[in-house]
Design a protein around this ligand. Structure first.
Ligand SMILES: [Zn+2]
Length: 230
């Protein structure tokens, strides 16, 4: 099997900088920005987060999920996506939006619409390009797994740990939508129920493992402060 060409973030950033000045200026003035990122333990696919300058902080959250929360998820969670990520297009454009008219969390796109990536280019080194969208406002209010989410939520009372938990939970939801749509891009014929089971399984297991680790460090801190008293 021929593997995808490996693309570096620097090559894509260089390509974006090398676009004709008029095109670059129009896109910049329209508020379009790009954040290029990679799963930290894999050579590909390269993820290009296309977003409005107003959503730069949100694009940063998604990049954090791809770069760090992915790597922090247990090996067995990541294993479920091994083949999918291996067979994925070398470059995936994620159009990060606030909402979708249809109310969906995200979709895969049949055609690449993001202008700088819509036509093949030498800079992509022959890598295929895929595209999807993610509606982050919808992801924020999404009840992914209401029962287990509530059970995990109850483990943190309030304050900074609860905030940290909610931030991680949100990023893992975005990551699971990204993985879900990548699954659709790679295996368009796979049944929705299976694709969904895989992405919710990833979300659930990654979040549960985060909570387990957080609880372990919490009880360790409590133990230490007790032993100091004794
Ligand atoms: Zn789906």
């Amino acid at each position: 099997m021929e593997s995808e060409h490996i693309l570096s973030p620097a090559a894509v950033e260089e390509y974006l900088r090398s676009l004709p000045r008029g095109i670059r200026w129009r896109r910049w003035a329209s508020g379009r920005r790009y954040r290029v990122t990679l799963f930290s333990d894999r050579p590909g696919p390269l993820i290009v987060i296309a977003h409005s300058f107003r959503d730069a902080a949100m694009a940063q959250q998604l990049a954090h999920a791809v770069e760090q929360d992915w790597a922090a998820a247990p090996e067995r969670c990541r294993e479920a996506y091994h083949e999918i990520l291996w067979k994925a297009p070398g470059l995936i454009v994620v159009q990060l939006r606030r909402r979708n008219v249809c109310g969906c969390l995200g979709h895969r796109h049949m055609l690449v619409k993001e202008t700088p990536f819509a036509e093949p280019h030498d800079a992509f080194g022959g890598a295929r390009v895929g595209e999807m969208d993610i509606a982050y406002k919808r992801v924020e209010t999404w009840q992914a797994l209401p029962l287990s989410d509530t059970a995990l939520d109850a483990k943190f009372r309030e304050g900074s740990r609860l905030e940290e938990f909610h931030a991680r939970q949100f990023r893992l939801r975005m990551l699971s939508v990204l993985l879900h749509e990548t699954n659709h891009l790679v295996f368009p014929g796979e049944e929705e129920s299976l694709v969904r089971q895989r992405s919710l399984g990833f979300y659930h297991d990654a979040l549960a493992s985060y909570v387990e680790n957080a609880m372990a460090t919490l009880s360790l801190t409590i133990d230490r402060s007790f032993s100091r008293l004794g």
